[in-house]
Design a protein around this ligand. Sequence first.
Ligand code: AMP
Length: 399
Amino acid sequence: MPFSQLGLSTPLLNAIADLAYVEPTEIQKQAIPVVLSGKDIIAAAQTGTGKTASFVLPLLERLSAAENDEERNLRGKRVRALILTPTRELAIQVEASIAQYGKYINISSMAMYGGTEIEPQKQRLIWGIDILVATPGRLLDMAHQRAVHFDQLETFVLDEADRMLDMGFIDDINKIIERLPEQRQNLLFSATISDDVRALAKRTIHNASEISIAKNSASKPKIAQWLVTVDKTNKSALLSYLIKEQAWQQALIFIETKHGAAKLVSQLEKRGIKAESIHSGRTQAIREQILNDFKAGEINFLVATGIAARGIDIGELSRVVNYDLPDKVDDYIHRIGRTGRAGKSGEAVSFVAKDNFRNLCAIESHLDQVIERREFEAFPVKKIVPVSILNYVPKNKRS
Ligand code: AMP
């Protein structure tokens, strides 16, 4: 099915053509017509499936259609659409997508997030903004200071709802929702629809169409997952070995702590591999600079803590490495979804030490798949990691 059959107008189709998208992804095919019709949706779709365009395109269409309408008269400090995201990185990326897809129409947008001066953001809101992409904390601050009002709001989007809840934003989200007009369109996107997400959706949205991208749908990113078992003390040597032996050109490397990140960078550098790190101990400006350098290919190996890396969108990322296996299955899925985007192939490599056995079982039983194991003679393992029990049920889920 071509994009032209989805009900989008020429300026948007031209912007899509400029990006050389050949056809809509599964979530786009399903979500765009429903959002255009003005209905609410709850969509289960991971990053990498093209979910951003699936709400941004119809949102732009609806807002620009109303632009010709004499009723459209945006007052100061008002917004017509609000997109809430869990992180500033994601807010920046979503806003960049709006600018890309909306380059031939006249719709204003802005990303608003904490950790930077509030005054310039207030100034930009003075004349009103069509689409505001915001993180919850800063948005509430602005609302309290009466720098933003929602009485002209038409559409509310909650992006990465599961991540928002994981990051403890539930109270902020509820406070924001209380301020929104009753009559509005609601769009909720989440990688996984957990019980908590469902409860949030129930409070926020009535009569939503539910869209779910099947686990094995054709648009699923092509990610080759493999793991290597390793003794904890050998991890940095193993990483250096793989980078050199397999001539890796690029990797986003996930690690648990910020101290670990800094240490790993220096261990890699001692072995002649140039790397950088992003974590909560670095300023926003430095993190942005490093991310840009990584995207531009000036930095090939980026070590990141899970928090700092949330929402990172790197179109051409070929490889992610779980240097530390995450505790949560959802984190694993999010991380590997950073590669293999929109049909491109990618590789997800996990280092698994004996202590990670339970996590590995939880991940593999969720995937319903035993991840391929590769061994390297130079790195024999002293503490053997057993093969997973695929019907493993985590303790907190046992009845
Ligand atoms: P998202 O899931 O929104 O994070 O999007 C993942 C990546 O896929 C982004 O880099 C988009 O630019 C790209 N993308 C979105 N839709 C399409 C499409 N229909 N064809 C090719 N690439 C796409």
